[in-house]
Design a binder for this molecule. Structure first.
Ligand code: NI
Length: 173
């Protein structure tokens, strides 16, 4: 397994629309395993393929406290959404150190293929529902900061650009 570099906002590649996976083969299983390793290493609860610059509909998640319940969603579709909405603080491995409030459906039903290529369906609520909606946004090129005001988004953009400049100069030194 390999750790994959994670794209950082405002990298324009984060706005790429992912294509459906044609076949769950060894290449996809390797991608899934690398994404899981990368997500656990970065201590995230979810990671979309878009974030590792692979533009296919693949998501990995683990919203358990014990960090041992990996969930793999290939070609995920939301088949039902609650009318009830819920606001919670979100963060993203592509926007490190930034957390802000986003409104999402409180519950969603999701259909996807697993790592074995078999279809399955589950109902998500709480953090899992937030995570599913957040990661599925990545697959359509949307980062959570796009739900915030343009002013906040611009501030975050400047902060991220400054952060990466500082990191670059540390690497060069
Ligand atoms: Ni994210």
């Amino acid at each position: 397994m390999a750790l994959l570099p994670i794209l950082r906002f405002p990298d324009p590649r984060l706005h790429t629309i992912a294509q459906p996976v044609a076949q769950v083969d060894d290449r996809i299983r390797r991608l899934v395993d690398d994404m899981l390793a990368t997500m656990y290493d970065a201590e995230g609860v979810g990671l979309a393929a878009t974030q590792v610059d692979v533009h296919e509909r693949v998501i990995v998640m683990d919203t358990s406290d014990s960090r041992d319940q990996p969930r793999v969603l290939i070609n995920p579709e939301i088949t039902a959404r609650s009318a009830e909405m819920h606001v919670s603080d979100e963060g993203c491995l592509s926007v490190p150190t930034i957390y802000d409030r986003v409104e999402r459906h409180a519950r969603v039903t999701v259909r996807a293929l697993g790592r074995d290529g078999q279809p399955y369906e589950f109902e998500a609520e709480g953090l899992t529902a937030v995570c599913v909606q957040h990661e599925m946004d990545h697959l359509i090129g949307k980062v959570f900061v796009e739900y915030l005001s343009p002013l906040k988004r611009d501030r975050i953009k400047s902060k991220m650009l400054k952060k990466s400049r500082e990191e670059q100069s540390r690497i060069r030194r």
